[in-house]
Design a protein around this ligand. Structure first.
Ligand SMILES: [Fe+2]
Length: 155
């Protein structure tokens, strides 16, 4: 059985990819119902990321720096592999949603860089926080973009 830390690391990869994917569906499907459903899923996923981040941050903090330094590139490798599969398998759908493969991959990498920075960073976590109305947090989870038809921040 996988340890909780590894399970959360794997889940985080899925969460980060989902953030960008459901944003693409929400903003680019052209279907009101699909957009609404994707928006709700996206809002739900945004609450998961800070939770996983906080748990992983706590979990990695006591480990030696050399261990953390080794885990980080392995985690990136997992994420890049998963992202490549999604980009390959869902590339035509992403393109229909107005998100070219390269843009999707770059956005996911940016999100994941923020996550890993906060999980392994020496400072206080703060970039990836729960949405307004949820407990805790100061700043927005990236990956939400603007709501359909609207400008501004994330939900
Ligand atoms: Fe989730």
């Amino acid at each position: 059985m996988l340890g909780l830390r590894l399970e959360l690391m794997v889940l985080m990869v899925a969460e980060v990819i989902a953030l960008r994917y459901y944003r693409a569906v929400r903003d680019g499907s052209g279907d009101r119902l699909a957009s609404e459903v994707a928006g709700r899923i996206l809002a739900d996923e945004r609450r998961h990321v800070p939770f996983h981040r906080d748990r992983l941050r706590e979990s990695f903090r006591p480990l030696p720096a050399v261990v953390r330094a080794g885990v980080r590139p392995a985690w990136w490798t997992l994420m890049l592999g998963a992202c490549a599969v999604v980009v390959w398998d869902h590339g035509s759908a992403l393109r229909r949603f107005g998100v070219p493969r390269a843009v999707f991959a770059a956005d996911v990498a940016g999100l994941f860089a923020a996550v890993t920075g906060e999980v392994f960073g020496a400072g206080e976590a703060g970039t990836l926080t729960p949405p307004p109305g949820a407990p805790g947090g100061r700043r927005a989870v990236h990956g939400g973009g603007s709501p359909p038809g609207g400008a501004g921040g994330r939900a």
